[in-house]
Design a protein around this ligand. Structure first.
Ligand code: AHR
Length: 349
């Protein structure tokens, strides 16, 4: 299943249009909280002055980004900033530097400032119930961006816009089954997980395992979190190589940054990434594509960070009182060495 990024972007736009149409068709199902300002006078002292433009003031969005740990994350931040500008939405942006506590504080500040909509990319899955209840009590609708949360009452958020991480893990597993279809086992796999307790790490790991289960001679022997960063990826890979004496057949890295770090470690150990060790990664950054062109990464499962336009469209729809689908998944592909050279120029991040 190979695809081009240009086609992907066209599909993103199509998806937005579909969401608008869907929303238009489903007005009878009310959004969980009334997002409209009750009266501008009661809200205006708390809002930035440029947000008030006579009758038609700009929508104010509070966005809590979880950090800046990876190239994917930085592309996601850029996409959100640019799309807010494009959509003429006032963006209050906060970078929580991987801290759930900071994210909760930022969301509380957004509530105090009476923003119109809150969106956030939750660093981990659990622990959001109380702050989301505070947002609901304040009548502010919440959008989950990129990552999921585990909560008993899903009506605490309006919609979740982000990739299907479980499917990404399955795609990685399917690539491996295919790559090793003629190789007799055993196949020793090392896994670099992302941030502990985060939805991409949990779900990619689960999807991958569900697929490779088909080959009982494929075993994940080494597995540890490496925080989605280059540095941690290199450090944990060095440790895997020491423990295994270099006896590793496959590396499944939950993101490109960790794969890049691991490649440095593998080369320093005297092995050839992409040849001695098959490398499968997730995201689809330009740097990972360059590594694929060099034959050092074998497969990249795409995870689309360009969520800004979909997010802004959703913010506007909610503000205007429309209903959105509970789940919005951007289109994504799988890329292998075979097409890397052709695709590398199309990468936008
Ligand atoms: O939540 C998406 C993941 O977070 C991306 O795969 C990773 O690169 C990022 O840090």
């Amino acid at each position: 299943m190979l695809g081009s990024n240009r086609t992907g972007m066209a599909l993103v736009h199509l998806l937005i249009v579909c969401c608008v149409l869907l929303a238009g068709c489903s007005r009878e199902a009310a959004a969980p909280a009334d997002p409209r300002p009750e009266a501008d006078e009661s809200r205006s002292p708390d809002l930035p002055s440029e947000a008030i433009a006579g009758e038609k003031r700009r929508i104010v969005l509070g966005f809590s980004q979880l950090g800046s740990e990876s190239d994917w994350r930085n592309a996601n931040t850029r996409s959100i900033r640019e799309a807010a500008k494009e959509a003429d939405i006032e963006l209050l942006f906060d970078n929580a530097e991987q801290s759930q506590e900071k994210q909760i504080e930022a969301i509380r500040r957004f509530i105090e400032r009476k923003v119109d909509v809150i969106a956030f990319a939750p660093v981990i899955e659990t622990g959001w119930e109380d702050i989301l209840t505070e947002a609901r009590q304040a009548g502010i609708p919440v959008i989950l961006s990129d990552r999921a949360v585990q909560i008993s009452d899903p009506s605490l958020y309006v919609t979740f816009i982000g990739a299907d991480f479980y499917e990404e893990g399955r795609k990685a597993g399917k690539y491996l089954l295919d790559k090793k279809r003629n190789d007799p086992g055993p196949v020793i796999i090392a896994e670099l997980q992302g941030t502990e307790g985060s939805s991409p790490s949990i779900e990619r790991g689960r999807g991958f395992r569900d697929i490779i289960r088909e080959r009982p001679d494929m075993n994940i022997v080494y597995s540890a979190p490496a925080d989605f960063t280059v540095e941690k990826g290199a450090e944990v890979m060095r440790q895997f190589l020491r423990e295994s004496g270099g006896e590793i057949d496959v590396l499944f890295a939950h993101n490109d940054d960790m794969a890049l770090g691991a490649i440095e470690a593998i080369e320093a150990y005297g092995l050839r990434p992409g040849k001695d060790i098959v490398i499968i990664s997730v995201d689809g950054t330009r740097k990972a594509f360059e590594m694929m062109v060099e034959g050092k990464i074998n497969c990249v499962v795409e995870c689309n960070p360009l969520l800004g336009p979909i997010l802004m469209q959703a913010v506007r729809e909610i503000y205007e009182g429309r209903t959105l689908p509970k789940r919005i998944v951007p289109p994504e592909s799988v890329f292998t060495e075979v097409l890397a050279e052709k695709e590398v120029a199309n990468r936008q991040y």
